[in-house]
Design a binder for this molecule. Structure first.
Ligand code: FES
Length: 111
């Protein structure tokens, strides 16, 4: 079983993000304005800071430690000093709940 319920759709208002521990991983889930729910690994690839402690800037998250930015759509770095992308997880919404599939990377076409 790789698909896990991570939150209710009302738990995370549009424009907010939060940290969830699920299936042995720590996930940063965001409700991106105009896009919907997106999930990435919570750890910054620069020096391991928690991204959910940072700032949601449109479709990007900004790390609170040194300001690296990552796209919630692709996981790619959109602002230095980080150079390695974060993992993006496939998210689905079903019957009032948000699910994340820990075995499946989100398709890059989601960008
Ligand atoms: S730990 Fe995230 S930018 Fe340095």
């Amino acid at each position: 079983m790789t698909r896990h319920r991570i939150a209710g759709i009302d738990d995370l208002p549009e424009g907010e993000m939060a940290k969830y521990d699920v299936g042995g991983r720590t996930i940063c889930l965001a409700n991106v304005k105009g896009v919907g729910f997106r999930a990435i690994d919570d750890r910054c690839t620069h020096e391991d800071e928690s991204l959910s402690e940072g700032f949601l800037c449109g479709e990007d998250v900004e790390c609170p430690a040194h300001g690296s930015r990552f796209s919630f759509l692709t996981g790619e770095v959109s602002g230095l000093p980080a150079t390695m992308p974060v993992r993006v997880y496939e998210v689905s919404v079903d019957d009032g709940s948000v699910y994340v599939d820990l075995a499946v990377d989100a398709p890059s076409s989601a960008a």
